[in-house]
Design a protein around this ligand. Sequence first.
Ligand code: SAM
Length: 280
Amino acid sequence: MECALYVVATPIGNLRDISLRALDVLASAGAVAAEDTRNTLHLLNHYGLAANRLLALHRHNERDAAEKIVALLAQGLPVAMVSDAGTPAISDPGALVVEAVRAAGHRVIPVPGANAAVAALSASGLPAPHFLFYGFLPGKPSARRRELQALAALPYTLVFYEAPHRILECVSDLREIFGGERQIALARELTKMFEHIHRCALAEATDWLNSDPDNRRGEFVLLVSGETARHEELAEETARILALLLKELPLKQAVHLAAEISGAGKNELYRRALEIKGRE
Ligand code: SAM
């Protein structure tokens, strides 16, 4: 096994969601840096892996842990890094360690696997050619609202992590700031016994959460569809400009000018111009 830091994804619920490669790495690493050693012990025991090489790595000791890990690598010992659940460094500790290890000149090798955001997105049915992973919003209402305001016009599916005790106030802010018409998917307890993914308009989400206390329990990923109205408006205006130019100019020139005026992409404008010409 190459001497490197292995960033190992672990399950977000169902213990079978772990790769064969992750198990190989956890079995062979000289040390396993873990966010919650009890939790990782449970995982190692479940797979019959030796559990005597654990090293604590959490938000409050990340710098010290980074130094220890760099020292182990300098001795030629490969180190595996895991978080409590899912992929380390994604809304979890790990980035600081990776930075320190890279700065010390050692290799960092990702061992990919479970991630709550991607799992939720994949089963939400919300369009995801582009999505923005935001992670946790601030707990303070004023800061949360400010950050949501900054996201309100983005045309991408937005992905948030949220704690159950804040789910109601967060969904209420999402509705207030994004409007009731946008779609939300509330992905709860993914890969666990009470897994549930509920899709509705933002206007209906609070009623759904209030309709049963179980709907507010467990771990959540919230996904909100991107803002589209603004884009359609823009597209409409661009199409209007293009149509007017096409009446007066040859196609190539009309496309060129429409792109200059609107800032829209030439390929898309060219396609639209052919459509308009085809209808004439
Ligand atoms: N590193 C993890 C990952 O790759 O997804 C995320 C860790 S973050 C500290 C924990 C948050 O992820 C939870 O508060 C919740 O929003 C989300 N999460 C983790 N496991 C989940 C699950 N099984 N179902 C739904 N959300 C989950």
